[in-house]
Ligand binder design. Structure first.
Ligand SMILES: [Zn+2]
Length: 340
């Protein structure tokens, strides 16, 4: 099969052996796979991250080189391995949380050398984790289930209710997913802040009630101006210093959810957070139920997901897509279609 392999911070389109499904696994033909911000992080900083994690005493898989990315996928069942139930059929379209069970070990798909990700024509999945994609649902919508689930989880962890007011800092993929998930939960007062015109526009299209350019207006003052039961602030950027900025700007008693992934050591002043009785919640990933809920919400068109997809490429176009994604004015989500 063809796959886009990372080596020396470049993509190489190579023919590699099609994986064979082991016990409990299925082989899936990849129909579409989204490019994630974390893929770009891994591509650019993978080897550095491995070194940092090792220095901190948490050795991780040697990732970021000689591997195949891709964890936001939809595919079609091709064959079943041994010890499977075959509850679904060959040809069924499926997606799954991006984890593969192999020899009793859980392997993150698209973030490990132990299995190939979905920047390839075929992919191994765990049968027990498969979620059937409804027939009426497009591949485009199904490929968004994984990134949307990140937002669904962040909003669930915030215990958001419809009478809350939310401020979403950063309208990249996580911020947009958070805006959509807030709408799904019935929250209507959603302020989205980003320096990029294009991203503010996307946030508006996906359900923000108000957008703010922090260069022109203080987003925390915008939040203060709303009457709500509670205020929730979502950090969806991951930049050093931002948690401190939020603590300084947050209204008394706010809940702060940190979904952005800052890779550096960071500082904030606990005294400020204490005096305001802020609640800080760090979040990652989602539950299988939240993943299924995301797929369902997309199938039911519960928010306008179409503006989220701004481009599509084949495997040879992955390198250019990574380049294009550097410019927030150009793109949000680019899908890879490995058979086109
Ligand atoms: Zn992702």
């Amino acid at each position: 099969m063809q796959a886009a392999i990372i080596r020396d911070k470049q993509f190489w389109i190579e023919d590699i052996p099609t994986p064979q499904p082991g016990p409990g696994q299925v082989l899936v033909k990849v129909l579409s796979c989204g490019i994630c911000g974390s893929d770009i992080h891994l591509f650019n900083q993978g080897p550095d991250l491995v070194a940092k994690a090792a220095a901190a005493g948490a050795p991780i898989d040697d990732i970021g080189t000689d591997m195949v990315l891709g964890h936001e996928f939809v595919g079609e069942i091709v064959s079943f391995g041994p010890e499977t139930t075959e509850a679904l059929a060959v040809g069924d379209r499926v997606t799954s949380v991006p984890f593969l069970m192999k020899d009793g070990v859980v392997i993150p798909i698209g973030a490990s050398k132990a299995t190939t990700g979905a920047y390839a024509q075929y992919l191994l999945l765990t049968e027990a984790a498969l979620v059937l994609v409804p027939e009426s649902m497009s591949n485009d919508a199904a490929a968004l289930a994984e990134p949307l689930a990140i937002g669904v989880h962040a909003v669930a962890k915030a215990n958001a209710v419809s009478t809350d007011a939310a401020l979403v800092i950063g309208c990249g993929p996580i911020g947009l997913a958070t805006v959509a998930a807030l709408r799904m939960r019935g929250v209507t007062q959603i302020i989205a802040a980003d320096y990029s015109n294009r991203r503010r526009q996307l946030a508006e299209q996906m359900g923000a009630s108000r957008v703010v350019n922090p260069a022109e207006e203080n987003p925390y003052e915008a939040l203060q101006s709303i009457t709500a039961t509670d205020n929730i602030i979502f950090e969806c950027v991951g930049l050093k210093g931002l948690i401190h900025e939020i603590i300084v700007g947050a209204p008394q008693g706010s809940r702060v959810v940190i979904a952005g992934i800052c890779m550096e050591e960071d500082l904030f002043m606990p005294m400020l957070a204490v005096s305001k009785e802020l609640c800080l919640q760090f979040v990652t990933y989602y539950t299988p139920e939240e993943f299924a809920e995301s797929l369902q919400a997309l199938a039911e068109e519960r928010f306008n997901w179409r503006p989220w997809i701004t481009g599509r490429v084949n495997l040879r176009g992955v390198s250019d897509a990574f380049e294009a994604l550097k410019d927030p004015e150009q793109h949000a989500k680019i899908l890879i279609e490995p058979w086109s």
